[in-house]
Write a protein that binds this ligand. Structure first.
Ligand code: ZN
Length: 202
């Protein structure tokens, strides 16, 4: 049986979202259909505002309505410790776990030769300048425990090794092949606390 075209279009959009299969996508589309018209109106407005208003923080790369983001503008954060993450999702997971009180830098990329991905030179340059200008004392590299995360970590160490800040990498607790995004609080806390110093005073 053919379903109405606009229904299929909505379901196929939901289907593109991570973790949503064909069946769930159809259930979501049915749900929207069953709600009063105000629900679809609000959904459309929220989606439009999301792309219009949300942008990347000019300091750390986090997503935000305001610039700088709430983390960069929080006077209680420790500005001498910088945690470098691959994605905003990783930043969210570490923040949500409440295991880190410093500031962040989102790379927005990684070293992955097989996918033809490499770290953006401008991002690395900005990171270096930020570490120097802000007098950052410790850089915690929180790349994922996968091959791409390892390559990204080595690229960062190569690039930042000559600077004054000490470098650490989160370690214990994260399974090889796992991801920061899906790690629980205890695992992230263990990984953060047992970070391995790779450069600088112990
Ligand atoms: Zn920020």
């Amino acid at each position: 049986m053919a379903l109405p075209e606009s229904f299929e279009r909505l379901a196929s959009l939901f289907r593109k979202m991570p973790g949503v299969g064909a069946k769930s996508a159809r259930r979501m589309a049915f749900y929207v259909l069953q709600q009063p018209p105000s629900f679809a109106d609000e959904l459309a407005r929220v989606l439009a505002a999301l792309k219009e208003r949300v942008h990347n923080c000019s300091i750390c790369g986090n997503i935000t309505d305001d610039d700088p983001c709430s983390i960069c503008s929080d006077p209680l954060r420790d500005r001498k410790v910088l945690c470098v993450v691959e994605t905003v999702e990783d930043l969210f997971s570490i923040e949500h776990a409440g295991v880190f009180s410093g500031v962040y830098q989102v790379l927005g990329g990684r070293e992955s030769p097989l996918d033809g991905e490499t770290l953006d030179g401008k991002v690395l340059e900005a990171l270096c300048t930020r570490i120097e200008n802000d007098g950052i004392e410790e850089v915690i590299i929180a790349t994922n425990p996968r091959i791409e995360g390892d390559l990204t970590y080595h690229a960062l160490v190569d690039y930042l090794g000559a600077g004054a800040a000490s470098l650490s990498r989160i370690a214990y607790g994260l399974p090889v092949g796992g991801s920061i995004e899906f790690a629980d609080r205890t695992t992230l806390q263990a990984a953060m606390e047992s970070r391995v110093r790779v450069k600088g005073a112990q």
